[in-house]
Design a protein around this ligand. Structure first.
Ligand SMILES: [Fe+2]
Ligand SMILES: [Fe+2]
Length: 207
């Protein structure tokens, strides 16, 4: 890895953690009215959107790890496209957290560094395992977002619109990884990933 590349990636990391994310696509549900939620519902929705924001911080780091290690140029281009959409997800989650009066996770730097290390470790195993890890992550996130749609306040149509669009995007990202040769991960690895994400989501709901 060249020093140039390392500096660019370091810069991306700082931007993920410190700068507001930008979105080319409009915010899903932007034309809907901000709902009048009971205080407890608002707090719950903000907690869920904080969890989703953490997920997107991790996605930034995972895709960054991929970009550092992917060998196939076509795969790299497709991954960069997916990574751009992850940045939009980051922006959308930020916007909902703000509107709901919540705050972002204080542990974002920890989530970021951990995910970057995981992404690079997966990358070191070669493209097919690295893509396999990505595909499984996207599938688990898609399922997790489905769970949020069941618990998000019914009246918070704005958050629901964001989560629904993210869910559709993550499903597509999983397909992209498969298209470029993702290897199906062994079942115990999938279980370990589910456990790790449970710890992360439970923590991020509060901190
Ligand atoms: Fe995402
Ligand atoms: Fe994704």
């Amino acid at each position: 890895m060249t020093l140039d590349k390392l500096i660019i990636e370091f810069d991306k990391g700082l931007r993920t953690l410190l700068a507001p994310a930008q979105s080319a696509r409009p915010l899903p549900g932007r034309d809907l009215n901000e709902p009048e939620l009971a205080a407890a519902d608002k707090k719950h929705a903000a907690g869920l959107m904080r969890v989703n924001h953490v997920g997107e911080v991790c996605a930034q780091a995972l895709y960054q790890g991929q970009a550092l290690t992917a060998r196939d140029p076509a795969a790299r281009t497709a991954l960069e496209e997916a990574a751009r959409e992850e940045t939009e997800h980051l922006a959308w989650c930020e916007s909902r957290i703000h509107a709901l009066g919540g705050r972002k996770s204080l542990l974002n730097p920890v989530w970021y560094v951990g995910s970057l290390a995981l992404g690079m470790a997966a990358g070191a195993l070669g493209d097919k395992w690295s893509l396999g890890f990505l595909a499984e992550t996207e599938r688990q996130v898609e399922a997790h977002l489905g769970g949020h749609l069941e618990t998000l306040p019914e009246d918070d149509a704005k958050s629901r619109a964001v989560v629904e669009q993210m869910q559709a995007d993550e499903a597509r990202h999983a397909e992209t990884a498969v298209t470029y040769g993702a290897q199906e991960l062994p079942a115990p690895v999938k279980v370990a990933m589910k456990f790790a994400s449970k710890v992360m989501t439970k923590t991020a709901y509060w901190v």
